[in-house]
Design a protein around this ligand. Structure first.
Ligand code: ATP
Length: 449
């Protein structure tokens, strides 16, 4: 983990948040390369979950949520960890993380009984700061999908089964944020709520587990590091009939990367008005405040019903960490030399190509490189960078370390014969190719998965 944290800081992937003032636990900022990698990962998810399907629509809802949303979702009541305080050193621990009845920090056995601690952040809304005018920072993106269920249905006329996908920030006041970007207080989720008929739910649940596992493998997670874990009944969330977690072998241990839950009709049932008009299976919260029925018409029976929901919910930051962990390698080059290489899948690499003029002050070379950069950038395959520092070897090392799949060197032969040197990150092979071939080879390299 230390190697990854150090690379992230040194090369500009991830920085401690509020670092200038000592930092804040559980908050991180994504730097110039981190934001590119994160955006590429989001784009890959969005493409697979929305663009490649006709049965899923996207959403980007507000973060500040009215308390009623999180009351009827069950979060106000149940979204809590049990905590134990040490009376001696005043440290606070998740009760389930205590191996025995002693404080892990000072060893004292003077501990309080476990007490529930709600994980939601509150903020005041409007000019008055009182108990009535507050909002929660959403603890998951899912709830606003349920709140918008009718809006999306009315505006798209989708028949069940269909889904709504969203990527966005979520906030949890985690007691012990730790393990770099694994457990954060502010993080991003990529969530799909997929609405199905009761009876078809178990089959769809299996479908999504398989689909999501396959997707992570395509992003570069190796099959030996990812496994399925069925959450035992006693540990299921209040809304879940069955949850399968995709577990990843993180540098600090095997932990959840994504959860795929069968949320039954709990969510739409809890947020609907006139609950008695429907046969809701989940034990829902009585709702006299909702203004809409969250149901669909069964065209065969001509009766309205509340769909079940299958939810694949992935953590973007955990995905980022897992993919960096997979890609990070130290390779021996012989002669006691080694290189660090980040073999990210090309579609995820922050920079797709570095264009390097052999000499930084040579106008003709630099002009040529600038034009090549603009041409490759215009292909829309991601960021192409002009590296005008004149040190080819150093540039190769740097771009290996940040995962750039291709380096293209412009030299005097380019001006004379129209050829460039095309270097492949993984094999380190360098081939002299004609300029006409560059677009083809570059496109092929970046589009491979
Ligand atoms: P955990 O048991 O690790 O706390 P969870 O079961 O509470 O996770 P979910 O509520 O299922 O997590 O959230 C869905 C996904 O969101 C998780 O699989 C994870 O990838 C991500 N996630 C949840 N909490 C955090 C966090 N504090 N920091 C970063 N990612 C998180």
């Amino acid at each position: 983990m230390e190697d990854l944290v150090s690379l992230c800081k040194r090369r500009g992937f991830v920085f401690q948040s509020n670092g200038l003032y000592g930092g804040t636990q559980g908050l991180y900022d994504y730097g110039p390369l981190g934001v590119e990698l994160k955006n590429n990962l989001k784009a890959a998810w969005w493409s697979s979950m929305v663009h490649e399907r006709d049965d899923v629509e996207g959403l980007d809802a507000a973060i500040l949520s009215k308390p009623s949303v999180l009351r009827y979702s069950g979060h106000e009541e149940t979204f809590a960890d049990l905590l134990t305080d040490c009376r001696s050193c005043k440290s606070r621990w998740r009760s389930d993380s205590l191996a025995d009845s002693n404080c892990p920090s000072c060893g004292s056995d003077d501990l309080t009984e476990p007490r529930p601690f709600n994980l939601m952040f509150k903020t005041s809304v409007g000019p008055v700061d009182d108990d009535q005018s507050f909002a929660y920072l959403r603890p998951e993106t899912a709830q606003q999908i349920f709140i918008n269920f009718k809006n999306v249905l009315d505006s798209t006329s989708k028949p069940v089964p269909f889904g709504i996908a969203q990527i966005g920030k979520a906030f949890r006041n985690e007691v012990n944020p730790r393990n770099f970007i694994f457990r954060l207080r502010e993080f991003e989720q990529m969530e799909l709520e997929f609405f199905v008929q009761k009876g078809a739910d178990e089959e769809w649940h299996e479908y999504w587990v398989e689909k999501r596992l396959d997707w992570w493998l395509k992003q570069g997670i190796s099959s030996k590091n990812i496994s399925l874990f069925e959450v035992p009944e006693k540990d299921l969330s209040h809304y879940s009939k069955k949850t399968i977690d995709l577990m990843y072998e993180f540098p600090h241990g095997l932990e959840e990367l994504e959860g795929i839950a069968n949320r039954t009709d709990f969510d739409l049932g809890s947020h609907t008005k006139n609950q008695k008009d429907f046969k809701i299976n989940a034990s829902v919260i009585d709702n006299l405040e909702s203004t809409a029925k969250l149901s669909v018409l069964n065209t065969k029976t001509n009766k309205r019903f509340i769909p079940y929901v299958i939810e694949p919910s992935a953590g973007l930051d955990r995905g980022f960490l897992a993919l960096l962990n997979e890609a990070y390698k130290k390779e021996s080059l012989g002669n006691n030399k080694e290189r660090t290489v980040l073999s990210l899948a090309p579609h995820l690499a922050p920079i797709k190509a570095a264009i390097i003029p052999l000499k930084k002050n040579n106008k003709a070379l630099v002009n040529f490189a600038q034009k090549l950069k603009a041409d490759l950038q215009a292909l829309g395959l991601g960021r192409v960078l002009l590296e005008n520092t004149g040190n080819i070897g150093k540039n190769y090392r740097r771009h290996d370390e940040i995962g750039t799949p291709t380096c293209i060197t412009v030299d005097f032969d380019t001006l004379e014969n129209g050829t460039v040197t095309f270097r492949d990150r993984d094999s380190m092979e360098q081939s002299i190719i004609s300029l006409e071939k560059v677009v083809e080879l570059f496109t092929k390299t970046i589009k491979q998965t």
